[in-house]
Ligand binder design. Structure first.
Ligand code: KG4
Ligand code: ZN
Length: 331
């Protein structure tokens, strides 16, 4: 089965073709990040308009890369939500139109399910069951993934997502948007031990997180110091250390509570070098393995949506396939 995946939930237009026999045949991504950068965050109206501009050329490009004809596509998978309503509607509308024109099913996929399953696109891939740490700009969750469609929420942020905290702190440090990668780059020049920031909810006894206080603590720190380059780097490092320690310890707690030995890290913050280093080292000490999707599958992309769609459609009885279409968005 050949599935065309469409991701338009935020500021990336992602298209991919996944074949259940041959794997990922092609994928293309257009990031709007430069367009939103000058506004310091994603402007929803601009995002929707840009998705409209990009989506069809990207579909053509992906079909060409995969050497496929549109009529070979057996099903569409598009991101149903969560995300920006207008942006989601672009993907859903294209999905509905293609489904109608080609007489094939179109299935709405939960954006986070895409992220949760994205590690299965990389080699080596984890096997079910595993723990997933989902850390993006909009979400921070620990999930137990038993099978496709069987997800158990173990804990989540009670306020800001980890990526959001990175972005807001980066803004306070005068870095552009989104600032996670830039903050992490700045932190490389930081001197350890110059500043100590709180570890929110580290000892809360559950698997929940809180990051909004950390950003406020950074603001207080910035207001007390001269803003030299070195001090900014020291603060960036202190902030990153705090987030990384909390994410690491809660992930390890999820592993030991569940008795599982595989941890998957998904979402944009999973690109963070210090988080990767720390998690792999600490997990190794307890005999667990950490899986990271390739960087291009860590952030928003069409491949994870095509893949999740293919897994869902494959699990569906054949007689239900024709009526599998769903055209709602959940912002
Ligand atoms: O998964 P994603 O591409 O989009 C969604 O939010 O769904 O994640 C984007 C988030 C942003 O907040 C960005 O700042 C963060 O991932 N990010 C990072 C790094 N690279 C991206 N955060 C920390 N360190 C990084 N290297
Ligand atoms: Zn995402």
């Amino acid at each position: 089965m050949l599935v065309l995946g469409i991701e338009t939930s935020c500021d990336e237009t992602g298209i991919a073709l996944y074949d259940t026999d041959r794997g990922l045949l092609g994928h293309a991504l257009y990031s709007q990040v430069e367009m939103h950068n000058e506004y310091g965050g994603v402007v929803p109206e601009l995002a929707s308009r840009d998705h409209i501009r990009r989506v069809l050329p990207l579909i053509k490009q992906t079909l060409a890369v995969a050497n496929c004809d549109l009529h070979q596509v057996n099903a569409i998978a598009y991101t149903q939500g969560p995300g920006l309503a207008g942006a989601l509607l672009v993907g859903a509308s294209i999905g509905a139109a293609m489904s109608f024109a080609l007489q094939i099913p179109a299935l709405g996929i939960h954006h986070l399910e895409g992220h949760l399953l994205s590690p299965l696109l990389s080699t080596p891939a984890p096997s079910f069951p595993f723990i997933a740490l989902l850390v993006s700009g909009g979400h921070t969750q620990l999930m137990q993934v038993d099978a496709v469609g069987q997800y158990r929420l173990l804990g989540e942020t009670v306020d800001d997502a980890a990526g959001e905290a990175f972005d807001k702190t980066a803004k306070l440090l005068g870095l552009g948007y989104p600032g996670g990668a830039a903050l992490s780059k700045l932190a490389r020049r930081g001197q350890p031990g110059q500043f100590k920031l709180p570890r929110p909810m580290l000892n809360s006894g559950d698997l929940n997180f809180s990051f909004s206080g950390l950003k406020t603590a950074v603001l207080t720190l910035i207001n007390k110091q001269d803003s030299t380059d070195q001090i900014r780097a020291d603060i960036a490092l202190a902030f990153q250390e705090a987030v990384v320690q909390v994410l690491t310890e809660k992930s390890l707690a999820a592993l030991s509570q569940s008795g599982l030995t595989q941890l998957v890290v998904a979402g944009g913050v999973g690109a963070n070098e210090q988080l990767r280093k720390n998690l792999s080292y600490k997990a190794g000490l307890i005999g667990a393995t950490v899986f990271y999707p390739e960087l291009e599958f860590c952030t928003d992309n069409g491949a994870m949506i095509a893949f999740a769609g293919a897994m869902r459609l494959q699990a569906m009885p054949k007689k239900n396939l024709q009526s599998a279409s769903s055209f709602t968005v959940k912002a």
